[in-house]
Design a binder for this molecule. Structure first.
Ligand code: UDP
Length: 350
């Protein structure tokens, strides 16, 4: 196959790299071992005709106009602001924690100023934030940490909050106002026809060819390219020279309800405590699709399966940095995306 560039992996990073390179005049082959585009952002209509996110809820948000303008070439958008409730002490409370969460959780009637002072009283005054536990305790104190974060994190990662880098919990803001949106980015939209359709349009280019069902890692000897863009797990690329890097995975149970158009009051409900699963997503909230029934996805974190998240502990990040040094010496290969850079990226970096 005579092409200039081989892109390994047809997820977000791989698709954007392929499109950019093809538009710059390169002949590009994209390969993926899975039968579909989109990596973990893959969405499709289920057997009941409901558009579902096959690997869990993916919500597009960015503060960067150029990212939004670029993607707008490949999709129309529907405005969408993501909201999440957390099932705590038998109640559905707004999450991230905001003024209403505090009032409902502690049975208070604080205003914004009082809420800030209240958090000032209950937070643990830590000066050196070394872990996600330090971060959460320093923001909201022990009781809220235990109710909203500790067990969710244990389920999600199979690790304690204290073992994880602070940037994991730092994804979640704490607010003293009534803003109950999950994100505050300037651009919050969903692609009207879904992510897969958007990425299909991105790869619909005369200089791009896509082949599925090819596992680069087992068949790499047959590929001779001037340049490779690799978006898979970096430890596997280097044959686990420095040992295996863990990647957390997810298992989903999809349930269709044909007798009701709505199942739950928010797109996502988190179950931080006594449930085996972490969250339940009702996709129609996110996609806006009209349908007489509705489909939900129940999410169970696990260690085996398609890699979804790097696991940012100090030990893993140290091992990754060794792989990163090898990668930097590999002149004809670019390593990009969550799995190859071992970074907990959102769909967009910014
Ligand atoms: N988290 C938590 N409780 C929640 C939601 C999140 O403890 O109800 C923590 C947990 O460690 C999680 C991290 O915050 O992995 C980041 O959450 P986010 O919603 O960004 O996770 P993602 O959507 O990327 O899985």
């Amino acid at each position: 196959m005579k092409k200039d560039v081989l892109v390994v992996g047809a997820g977000f990073a791989g698709c954007v790299a392929a499109e950019r390179l093809a538009s710059a005049g390169r002949e590009v082959l994209v390969i993926d071992k899975r039968p579909h585009l989109g990596g973990n952002a893959y969405d499709k209509y289920d057997a009941h005709g409901v558009l579902v996110h096959c690997y869990g809820p993916h919500i597009f948000h960015t503060n960067t106009p150029v990212v939004f303008e670029y993607l707008s070439r490949f999709t129309e958008w529907r405005p969408y602001e993501h909201r999440v409730l957390s099932f705590v002490n038998g109640k559905l409370l707004p999450f991230p924690i905001n003024l209403d969460t505090l009032n409902q959780f502690f049975n208070l009637n604080l205003d914004e100023q009082e809420a800030a002072a209240f958090l000032g009283d209950i937070r643990v005054p830590l000066t050196h934030i070394k872990t996600s536990e330090d971060l959460v305790l320093s923001q909201v104190g022990h009781e809220l940490c235990d109710a909203f974060f500790r067990k969710y994190t244990r389920k999600q990662w199979g690790l304690d909050l204290a073992e994880l880098d602070p940037h994991v919990a730092n994804r979640i803001p704490v607010r003293t106002n009534r803003d109950d949106r999950y994100f505050t980015d300037k651009f919050q939209f969903m692609p009207c026809d879904g992510f897969t359709r958007m990425l299909e349009r991105m790869l619909f280019h005369p200089r791009i060819e896509v082949i599925h069902h090819i596992d680069f890692l087992t068949e790499r000897r047959q590929f001779k390219y001037r340049h490779i863009v690799f978006t898979g797990p970096i430890d596997a690329y280097f044959d686990f020279t420095f040992g295996k890097l863990p990647y957390r995975s997810l298992r989903f149970e999809f349930i269709h309800h044909c007798d009701a158009a709505r199942y739950q009051p928010a797109a996502v409900i988190n179950y931080p405590n006594n449930h085996e699963y972490t969250r339940v997503t009702e996709f129609k909230h996110i996609t806006g699709q009209p349908h007489t029934g509705t489909t939900i996805g129940v999410e169970y974190p696990c260690s085996d399966g398609e890699p979804c998240y790097p696991v940012p502990t100090l030990g893993n990040l140290t091992v990754y940095s060794k792989y990163g040094s090898l990668a930097a010496r590999e002149r004809s290969v670019s390593f990009i995306g969550r799995l190859a850079e071992y970074r907990y990226y959102n769909m967009t970096k910014w």
